[in-house]
Each structure stands twice: as C-alpha cells, then as structure tokens.
Design a protein around this ligand. Structure first.
Ligand code: SF4
Ligand code: SF4
Length: 416
C-alpha cells in the first residue's frame, strides 16, 4: 500500500493536484532558489516530483527530500508562472504537515523552533512579554554585549531588528472605534502577531486610516494569531484551533481587514485549513487593507509626500492573493509621491516568515538581489505591506549603506 491510500483526504487532494504539473518547466525562472542554486530538485518542478514520489511510496527515507523542501520559501512565484494552475503552496504545506507528523524533526534546534512558534508567537501575551524582555535587554546594553562577544550567530545579528520603544509596541485598544466623519460601513481589524511589537505604528496608522475614511472599526479582544508560520512549518494541526477562534472573534463583522500579506493569505486560506463551510465564509470576508480601500475608494486625501518611491510586492500579496494594482492605485493618490518601477518587484526578498533565520545564506543572497534592484531605482522610500519584508529589505538596505527608508502603504495614505 502506498502513502496515498491511507492519508487523510487533504493528502489525497495534494497528490491529485501534483498530477496537474505537466513538467513544462515554465516556473523555473521564477523560482528564487532555482535562480540561486541552479539545481532541479531546488525548483518547483523538482520539488513536485519529489513530493509525488513520496506520496507514491517511492521514497525510502522521507528525511532525504527534506532539505529540498526546507529550502523552498513558499513564496508561490511558481503559482503565478504556472500555466496549468498547479496549487504549489497547498501541496507543499500538506506534505510538510504530513512529514512533521510521520517523521518529526529531532534535535534542540527543531524543538526550539516548534516551541517558539507554538507557545510564543501564536500566543500574543507571551510574545508581548518576550519583546518586553528583549526591549529591557537592549536598554541595558545586553544586545550590544552579545554582539561584541559574538554570542549571536552572524545570520541573526544581520537580520535581528532593533526592539522599538515601549510606546511603539503598545497594543491597539480593543473594542469598537467610531469615526469622527460620516460612517460608510463597519469592519473588523486583524492586528497580527509581530506587526504589533515591531510595527505598532503601522497598526495605529491602519486604524486611523480606516476611521478617517469613514469606517467604524471593531478590534476584537478574542482574536488570535492567523497561524501562517505554523502552517508553513508543517504544524497545521496547531494552527486549526487559532483559526477556529478567529471565526468566532470576527463573527459580528462582514469584512475583516488585515495589513500583513502573510497573515492575509493565511486568513483567506482558512477554508482550506479547516475544511468547512463556516471557514469558507470567513475566508471570503478577509481583505488586505489596500484591496479594501481601493475597492471602496479613499474619501480622505492623503497628506502630501515629496519623495521618489518604489512599491515592492510581498509574495503573499501578489502571488498568494493576486493583489497587485490596488496598492499602486492608492499610492498614486498621494500628492507629490513619485512612484517609480524597479526590476524585481515580485521576486521574494528572502524573509519568508523565519526562513532568513533557518536558511541565512540563501536568504541573504535572495535579499541582496532584491536590494540591488531597489538601489538601482534610486529611491528615497521603499513601500511594502508585510512586516517580514519590511524588516528584511530594511536590513539589506542598511547593509549596503543605502539611504532609503521602508514604509507600509498605510503610512503614506494617512490624511494630514
Ligand atoms: S514557492 Fe517559491 S521557492 Fe518554493 S518552489 Fe515555488 S517559486 Fe520556488
Ligand atoms: S509551470 Fe506548472 S506545470 Fe510547468 S513545471 Fe512548473 S508547476 Fe509544473
């Protein structure tokens, strides 16, 4: 009996979907790991071949294909490039989950990642506590000391962000926020896990922007992490209770707004994760902030901003959600903002959740290509809508000494 025969239905689904791949290879040039390594097994086509072989019981040791799956960023550029409609992300995430169940990773590193994702990142109070402790360590100079003594791995030193001051990390007040202008509608706001402690200003700008444009905003206290990082790590079982809690938390609103491409993609895939009608209905309510505002139109004119800027597409917004024109349409309404193109707007930046910590060399190479493209565009501002991308692009811009600052689209769209 092959693996396929005794998998749960989603695993059979993934196998069937992998059969859609006709091995044409049109996805290969779009794949950042194939671009970097030039190895077939590190391409979408090669990985699909390996995953199909696993499903058909032709892989003796599942661990042997793991390095190739681990090097995949789950960026989904291959889905955009694929003319056959192969749903690569779903295939990969299902296989990663099956591997994690049948042949869990061993060792302290794997334990640490599982523990952090499951017991810290997915629990907002613990994540807040972690950032509070890291903030204190930074104020006391312990980070400086750890860097001087080289206690932190070089990869972590390069990408670890500065911890913002406490005022910046404060959570959004939960409950109902009412606009001071005539009300056009009512929306829920999903506040995410790392957006709050690292980019609290973006959450506050999102709230202000919605209010200024006439929307009553509900910030449910009971909302939970979207579980995207858990799903990417093959821990979908841990993500399901979080997704179920979010169905309840946002039951009273018809639209759920998020400002993080990775979270937004996961929220829209809640139907796939939970596999029931209620989850499908919830997924249909979810919108990226730029998608929503482009649809309803801005009623508050953004404050003027004299700058030359490049918009960079987060993978999980362009490839994962098909949202490309909306942020550009909105940014075109900022008086004085000169929006210029750059060569690689839809290429992955190498952040990909915690990929830049787990695969530092490859992530750095991919990140370098991204900032070379941005530097060639000679911009003052880089605008992108995902916290991981903001951190990764910022750290690589600083590394090459480029002057550009990184901002989220909502920060440019606020009225004076
Ligand atoms: S998801 Fe990205 S890294 Fe993975 S195979 Fe597809 S294009 Fe390559
Ligand atoms: S483009 Fe699609 S069909 Fe062609 S090799 Fe890639 S995944 Fe398979």
């Amino acid at each position: 009996m092959t693996h396929v025969d005794h998998q749960r239905p989603s695993a059979v689904d993934f196998y069937r979907r992998s059969l859609d791949c006709v091995h044409c290879g049109l996805c290969l040039p779009a794949c950042p790991t194939y671009q970097a390594l030039g190895v077939e097994a590190d391409s979408p086509r090669g990985r699909i071949y390996l995953m199909r072989a696993l499903a058909e019981g032709r892989v003796d040791d599942p661990q042997s294909i793991r390095p190739f799956l681990d090097r995949c960023l789950d960026c989904r550029a291959c889905e955009t490039a694929c003319p056959s409609g192969v749903r690569y992300g779903e295939i990969l995430e299902t296989v990663r989950t099956d591997l994690e169940q049948k042949a869990p990773r061993r060792g302290p590193g794997a334990w640490l990642v599982r523990t952090l994702l499951t017991h810290v990142v997915a629990r907002q109070n613990r994540l807040r506590l972690l950032f509070a402790l890291l903030g204190i360590a930074e104020v006391l100079g312990l980070r400086w000391l750890a860097e001087r003594l080289r206690l932190l791995p070089a990869s972590m030193r390069a990408v670890a962000p500065r911890i913002p001051p406490r005022a910046e990390r404060r959570p959004l007040p939960t409950g109902v926020h009412r606009p001071a202008v005539p009300v056009r509608g009512r929306v829920g706001l999903f506040t995410g896990c790392v957006m709050e402690p690292l980019f609290g200003r973006v959450n506050r700008a999102t709230l202000r922007l919605l209010l200024a444009n006439g929307f009553e905003v509900v910030v449910p206290a009971a909302q939970r992490c979207c579980g995207a990082l858990l799903v990417h790590a093959g821990l979908a079982g841990r993500a399901r209770p979080l997704a179920t809690a979010n169905l309840d938390a946002f039951a009273d609103v018809d639209v759920v707004i998020n400002n993080s491409a990775g979270c937004g993609c996961a929220l829209k895939e809640t139907g796939h994760l939970l596999g029931n009608d209620r989850a499908q209905a919830f997924a249909r309510k979810c919108r990226d902030i730029s998608e929503f505002l482009a649809e309803v139109g801005l009623t508050a004119t953004p404050a003027p901003r004299r700058a030359r800027a490049a918009y960079d597409d987060p993978c999980h917004l362009c490839h994962g959600q098909g949202v490309r024109t909306q942020p550009r349409q909105l940014l075109a309404q900022v008086p004085g903002l000169e929006l210029v193109p750059h060569d690689r707007p839809e290429d992955c930046c190498g952040s990909a959740g915690i990929y830049n910590l787990l695969q530092p060399a490859l992530a750095a190479e991919i990140g370098n290509r991204k900032v070379e493209s941005l530097a060639a565009a000679n911009v003052d501002l880089v605008i992108t809508g995902n916290p991981g991308c903001m951190l990764q692009i910022d750290s690589h811009l600083r590394r090459i000494g480029h002057r550009a600052t990184v901002r989220h689209p909502v920060e440019l769209l606020l009225p004076p």
